[in-house]
Write a protein that binds this ligand. Sequence first.
Ligand SMILES: Nc1ncnc2c1ncn2[C@@H]1O[C@H](COP(=O)(O)OP(=O)(O)OP(=O)(O)O)[C@@H](O)[C@H]1O
Length: 349
Amino acid sequence: MNDDLKLNVPLLKRLVPNLTVAAKLAGLRPATVSNLCTGKIPIGRAEVKTLVALATIADCTLDELIIRETGTEMIETGIKVVDLFAPIVRGGTVGLVARPGMGQLVLMGELFFRMKKLNYTTLFLLGNDETQGIDDVVEHSDFCTSSLEELLSKLKGLQAEQEIILGLDRKMLLSGDFFDISDQLRKVTALPITFILVDTLGNAVDENSPYGPLETILRFDMDLVSRRMYPAIDPTLSTSTIIEGAHIDSPHFTIQQRARKLLRRYRELRFIVLEWGIEKLTESDLNVYHRGQRLEAFFTQPFYVAESITKKQGEWISMQETFDSITRILDGAYDDVLVDNLKYIGSLH
Ligand SMILES: Nc1ncnc2c1ncn2[C@@H]1O[C@H](COP(=O)(O)OP(=O)(O)OP(=O)(O)O)[C@@H](O)[C@H]1O
């Protein structure tokens, strides 16, 4: 089956509100259905009988259930950890998963700031209630409103070729408004709108599929926050359909896989070191540990919107610079450099 295909999860969820129960009754494993919905199991690897059963439960056709991917073009942000592990898909939806205080609104403000540099129009649809910290984002939005009508008329007034980023709170997705909003927005503009969803309540962390279908999921990590390593995006759990759908020979996929493998192992070893001390590591594990420390440090990055906090100028790193620098770290060229010297820098020259 074609890699560009995906499950129409919004439709499925609308037609079958209690999907887990209905799937169980139809003899399907809830874990399989959940993995299909999140994209963990690509549609090409699903059994035909599973897809037919889902269409039967939803009382829709297979054509309605399986749709073509929205886009495969990435928007470069110049943020190393995002571009390598969880690239933003043009016209797709990005979901941020964090507890309050982990820096998700800082990241959102930074994404808006960077998108503006790329000539995107940044819009924010506010909830009706006060949200703490949202000012960081509002400050970097071209237009901010809590009225859908105002947003629609703003969109109608934009140039036809204007690219759009729209920020929304997860509260709107939960209320079901998001589907109506995105339907209506798509009617007023032909260009792909890239959505960024934040979870200001911080409830999404406890859920497997907190936003339904996403092209990019950015999960924040408490361990990184506790060590003030920002952006505290988890490189092992954040992902994007661009990576999942990438050709396995592509440099992006290969470097990303090598980096992720090293960081996973490093995290396991870190646990041993914290619990029982570094002397418990074998020589080869010690090498992995030291290299992992350096790679992890390199994924910290000065943000433009956090210059007053880090006292460093924001850094934009091109994909090629990110690939080159990471490959060199992975190959051991920086094994002798102090970890602190790799923190909050741009690329390696
Ligand atoms: N990218 C970053 N660079 C430097 N410091 C950061 C970064 N992200 C977060 N911080 C630090 O973490 C603190 C917590 O961020 P903040 O409370 O704004 O979290 P949030 O998740 O963005 O917002 P909220 O808690 O309101 O949902 C910031 O004040 C700052 O000190």
